[in-house]
Design a protein around this ligand. Sequence first.
Ligand code: 13P
Ligand code: SF4
Length: 304
Amino acid sequence: MIDKNNDIIGEITKLKKQRNAIILAHNYQRPEVQDIADFVGDSLELSQKAAKTNANVLVLCGVNFMAETAYIVNPKKVVLLPDMDSGCPMADMVTVEALIAKKKELPGVTVVCYVNSTAAIKAESDICCTSANAVKVVQSLGDKEILFIPDKYLGQWVAEKTGHKMHLWPGFCPTHVRISAGDILERKKGFPNAVTLVHPECLPEAKAVADEVLSTGGMIRYARESNVKEMIIGTETGIIYRLQKENPGKTLIPVTVKAVCPNMKRITLEKVLWSLQKMENRIVVPEDIRVRALSSVERMLAIV
Ligand code: 13P
Ligand code: SF4
């Protein structure tokens, strides 16, 4: 039988060489996209990789803000996003106008901006964070008054961990709020010896019944380094593929198969190939915004 994917993979590999391109994929990407990628990681790791690479072209298999961040840290490179509609609804829950108005209400406030945000929002913020380093970033700010945007659940969790009271923006991830405490407790009944790992974007009541709260990169490390054999995973289900591939002897159970991010799933092998053939969709950030956004991202990268 002729495998269509093999032909596409062959073409992608050839074009990657010709263009001196690398493919960076988020942990939530489709299995076949993860397999073709040169690097798979969480938001922080993708931005670090983008900042360091010698490749001329970066194909970002993830959502829009990840491609923008890659461009912000490495503007001399061509950054391609294989599907322009691959956005993050949480990132769109804060607008520049609303943020400026809030800053006027809270003069002198330090804005900590989750990396799941647009470049224009990063430019209006003081420092970025990801789910992997949010606690460290907030701790680095001493007793400054903080406005945390846009994820209220990540913000709430960081406030709890650090004891730092913060103003929270009312944003959230529509995928992670589908992971309920009830679903977790139900799974635990079926797997009483399992350890439950959830993402900080989950609801507080879901985090309360979990054992560990970790970024996607944190989950990958936990599964690799701990002796735990069974894990219940509370995040977007795409991560299960990588977890299972890297830990064939372990049992990995999603809390719910409803936790799917449709935007992450927009990227397919066909679109990756098209992207390299046409050198589209090119992600560019206007220079005045990029420079201001870079200072927020660089402040974060200096901490981790
Ligand atoms: P991570 O940085 O943990 O990979 O999370 C990114 C994200 O979009 C979670 O929904
Ligand atoms: Fe955005 Fe949620 Fe999708 Fe992550 S899972 S990209 S936060 S919508």
